[in-house]
Design a protein around this ligand. Sequence first.
Ligand SMILES: [Zn+2]
Length: 257
Amino acid sequence: MGFVIFILGLIFGSFANVCIYRLPKGKSIIYPSSFCPNCNKPIKWYDNIPLLSYIILKGKCRYCKSKISFRYFIVELLTGLLFFIIYKKFGLSYLNFVFDIFVLSLIIVSFIDIDTFLISDVIVIPGIFLGLFFSFLFPKIHNMERLNSFLYSFIGAIVGGGVLIFLAIIGKLLFKKEAMGGGDVKLLAMIGAFLGWKPILLTLFFASVIGVLISLILIMMKKKKVDDYIPFGPYLAIGAIISIFLKGYYFSGFLIE
Ligand SMILES: [Zn+2]
């Protein structure tokens, strides 16, 4: 079963690639089917098999031989692996379904943020409502009674949004410049809606630590300068994904529901 879930993840990863490429351009994600951005030739189904096609075609378009970004491969593999790990943690249940949708949204939002420095409203705004809705419909995702589960999620969304607005104001007072985008506020509100308020604090903690570390590495490798804008969305996503797997564990004395 794990293998089937992994394959399903690859297929959704392939869909994520389409969203990452088309959403920022305001294009439809359904029509037309995939085509090569260089020669515009439609991609045949047998050249569109996750992971395999990339390897068989050696990362090049079949017709014009232009390079296909390695990122397509990475996004597919990442989605497949995350679907698999979520299945390992929660077993075959609707928890799977909820967290797969959540993780898929995080992947799409993160890569669009890396490309455009923008958090995609078409994902995070419906995402906030979806998180609230799922918390009401499936209280088991927080291991609570229905009303408590909904409140846990509702407070999560408010804390998620509020904490970053608070940090942004502090940042503006201290550094006299914009430290955090409004998109990050909405993204963390979505994370709060899906995970509840306790994991928000964990998410922020991991996002900051990993964000600072990776930024330092990038600066040392001279790939970024100290003043460069570094998107925070992907780090929030990494923090949120770590927090999913800490659900049910105690973290410095309190239970992560
Ligand atoms: Zn081509």
